[in-house]
Design a protein around this ligand. Sequence first.
Ligand code: GLA
Length: 639
Amino acid sequence: MFKRTRFASSFALIVSLAAASPAVGQTVADPLAPSGRWSLPERKQGRTPPMGWSSWNAFRTEVDEAKVIGAAQKLVDSGLAKLGYVYVNVDDGWWLKRRTSDGRMQIRTRIFPSAVGKGGNTSFRPFVDRLHGMGLKAGIYTDVGRNACSQAYDLHSPNLPEGTTAEREVGLFGHVDQDIALYFREWGFDYIKVDACGINVYAPGSAIVKQHAYTPVTPLIDQASINRTDVPAVRALYETVAHALERHNPDGDYIFSLCAWGSADVRSWGKQVGHLWRTSGDITPNWTRMLHNFDSASTRALYARPGAWNDPDMLFIGHGDFDERHLTEAQSHFALWAIINAPLLIGYDLRNAPQSLMDIWSNADIVAVNQDRGGHQGVIAYASDDVQIIVKTLSGGRKAVALFNRGQGQAQVDLTAAHLKFSDAAPIRLRNLWDKSTLVPFKGETRFTLAPRQTLIFEANGERRLADGVYLSEIPGDINVAADGIVAPEADPVVHRMMGQWSGTRDTGERPIYAGWGGAQADSTPYDQALQIAGRRFDTGIGVLARSRLEVRNTGGHKRFDALVGVDDSTRNTRDKVRFLVYGDGTLLAETAPMGFGDAARPLTADIRGKKLIEIVTAADDLRSDLPLVTTWADAALR
Ligand code: GLA
């Protein structure tokens, strides 16, 4: 759990680590220059969203070895492990102290008895070996600062770090190499979640620092203000961890989970640093909080791909609004996480799980939607505050579609061929992934009545509207937003504002806080408007600000790039002009003359035969206005 902080950020303490600005004399790469190559790190692990179990939502800090091994055993015995639930992650609460003589972290052996090591060197090796012996993988938890979240928020906990100020500094700060080597090389972990409370809540002069004699750390993160957050410093700290992980994992078998709760603009850069990054604050077992977390990730389809996933937080199925008496809600939570490629980490005491919940986690068809090898996050095809339709491209030309009733009343939902980008003329077959029924094929559209809070999820087969190719918005996993044109990060307002989880209505209400507003979008403008150029509407395309560059993998060996391009009618900047350029493997293939607001959409076609990487760039050489210039690649497709 965390609260917002409002402390001044002078960053003096940690800023030396922020090596983000280039040194004098060093040239800054032009973000719009074609790279000619896919510029994201190609990761071996996390090619599909990580799956498994975590102790946090089940036990908070009251985790122990029996509970974890019990969960692991149940994963194996129930068949969940075979379905892909293999990561068994110990969250906050495992530590006793940092030994000050040599800085080595000590495990609380009272709760992890197998960790009693030789010569007082406690070790998780036997525990990790045991999990590995069960065919599972092991995850551990730490913080990027000096102190962890529980040391501020779980003060009643029996398992808080003990000892002097220095002994209680269990986070990575000042010990990155030592800790990462210990956790991965010596103990053999396969997954690490790195939290950020240590750079957020231990401000000089704060009550928590005074009462518990922690070393004060000037916050690098102000969750309520991106302008008061030192984004490069936060990123640099996480990059330090990423580099240590590379060094201490010669086999590359690790997952790096960034837990900065959607702050510090991590929704834009997480893909460059780790395998997954939290897009929001903590989930709680409340329907409206689930909506909030879902919304923080569901609009970020173009920022995720194999090896790099949006993380709306762990599953809360089994608790509160998602317990066995609320199976409709529990099923919705699961289907939604599945279709937006969220990690599927169970947060329940599996030793005592009722069958009705086991049936949800073990729905192999829905897991398969999440784990589809293409890694294309579901894209929102219809949005309202009441109902959403989310469509995900699966391999083999199939689709998955979720119909989601967010509200308290029944909802009538018309699913159209256009939502699926299927032809109107050919029959569409739907298979219900909850009850496994196959529906009577329909043409054009079909109607469903959804119960309050219900999510129907189907596999859909039909004739693709683009028989000879793919729309770019159908393949977000093959797209890297290398530059999204955002000049000043802004908070994203398209996230459900639930009633305060920790403060009720005592403050003035939930505000938008996650930067990334204005980022590239599939089938929408960057500011959530319908795509429209000079009065002409488009239901598919890429919406992005000027001065952007997107890398698109031509995985299907397509021969032609096609789009209708122009300045979007929703732009606030109606003065400036933009050129649209298409590159193939670094060579300019096609471009438009400068285009401005009101110019009719122009066709842009490029011969991409033999080209592996297509780059689409919107260049604006001379901007006179500060207002964002919104551009649309309508009907953009590889054919
Ligand atoms: C933070 C994280 C949670 C959990 C707790 C542990 O709140 O966001 O997921 O790890 O810390 O204290």
